[in-house]
Design a protein around this ligand. Structure first.
Ligand code: IPD
Ligand code: CA
Ligand code: CA
Length: 254
C-alpha cells in the first residue's frame, strides 16, 4: 500500500511541477492572505480519486473539501494537496503534497513530498521514517544546538502577538529562527535533523497529520504548545521537535 500511495503522491507532485499559474487561477479564501489555486484543487481532485482506489474502506478528509469529514473509527486519509500555497504562488519551491493515514484517529502512515527538491519523506507506524530511502533517526539536540521553525498563522491575526512573543523569548536560546512557509515540511525537517523545533499557534489536521507519523518514527515528539496530546478532530496549536527541545520549550511556560 505504501508504494502505491507514494506513486500517487509523486504523480500529484508532477501536477505542481507542470503548473503555469496565472492570476485567474488564484482565489482568496476567508481570512487574511488565504489563497487557493487551481492546482490545490486539481491535486486534491487527483488524490481523492487515486487514494480511495488504493484503500477503499478509508474515509477522505482534504483541505479543499467541505471539512465535514470526521476522523473516526477505521482508516481516514488526511490530505493537504499543497502545503505551502503562498510559497507555491510566489515561486519559493518550498511546498509539499502531504498525505497522512489515520487508523482509529491515530497516525499510522505519512508521505510528504516536495517535488521541487525531489524530496520524499515517508513513514509507517513501527517501520521507521525515511527521506528518499535513507532512514531517519533524530539526534536529541536541545534548542541551543539547532534552528527553530515557526508558523505565523497568517489567516488568524488573533495569534500574531503570541507568535511574536514566543519568537522573542526563544530566539536568544537557539542557533536561529526560520519561517519556511510549509508546516508539513517544517515538521519533516525535524525528522531529517535540519530543525530541532517547530511551533504554530493554530493548525488544521491536514497540515501535520502525515509529518506527525514521520516525526514520531524518527524519534521526535508532537503535541500542542501546552504539551497536550493532539486530536485530528480539533484545530489546535502544534509544537514538534526533538524530545529535549520540546521539554525545554514547555519548561519556559510561553
Ligand atoms: C499553511 C502552511 C503555513 C502555515 C499555515 C498553513 P497552506 O498551509 O503550512 O506554513 O503557517 O498556517 O495554513 O495554506 O499553504 O496549505
Ligand atoms: Ca496546509
Ligand atoms: Ca493547502
Amino acid at each position: 500500500m505504501l508504494e502505491e500511495i507514494q506513486k500517487a503522491v509523486r504523480e500529484a507532485g508532477k501536477i505542481m511541477l507542470d503548473s503555469h499559474l496565472t492570476e485567474g487561477q488564484i482565489e482568496v479564501k476567508p481570512g487574511h492572505a488565504n489563497y487557493v489555486t487551481a492546482y490545490d484543487v486539481a491535486v486534491q481532485k487527483f488524490l481523492s480519486e487515486k487514494l480511495p482506489a488504493i484503500l477503499p474502506e478509508a474515509a477522505f478528509l482534504g483541505e479543499e473539501g467541505d471539512g465535514s469529514q470526521k476522523v473516526g473509527k477505521g482508516y481516514t486519509f488526511i490530505v493537504d494537496p499543497i502545503d505551502g500555497t503562498t510559497n507555491f504562488i510566489c515561486g519559493y519551491q518550498m511546498s509539499a503534497v502531504s498525505v497522512g493515514l489515520a487508523l482509529d484517529g491515530e497516525p499510522v502512515l505519512g508521505v510528504v513530498y516536495n517535488p521541487f527538491r525531489e524530496e520524499m519523506y515517508w513513514a509507517e507506524k513501527g517501520k521507521g521514517a525515511f527521506l528518499n530511502g535513507q532512514p531517519l533517526h533524530i539526534t536529541d539536540r536541545g534548542l541551543k544546538d539547532g534552528v527553530v521553525c515557526f508558523g505565523t498563522s497568517p489567516y488568524n491575526p488573533e495569534y500574531t502577538d503570541r507568535t511574536f512573543k514566543v519568537m522573542r523569548e526563544i530566539l536568544p536560546r537557539t542557533m536561529d529562527l526560520r519561517r519556511q512557509g510549509s508546516a508539513a515540511l517544517d515538521i519533516s525537517y525535524i525528522a531529517a535533523g535540519r530543525n530541532v523545533l517547530f511551533f504554530e499557534c493554530k493548525l488544521s489536521p491536514w497540515d501535520y497529520a502525515a509529518a506527525q507519523c514521520i516525526l514520531a518514527e524518527a524519534g521526535g515528539v508532537l503535541c500542542t504548545m501546552e504539551g497536550e496530546k493532539t486530536d485530528f478532530n480539533r484545530i489546535s496549536s502544534i509544537l514538534a521537535g526533538t524530545p529535549t527541545a520540546v521539554k525545554e520549550f514547555l519548561a519556559l511556560g510561553l
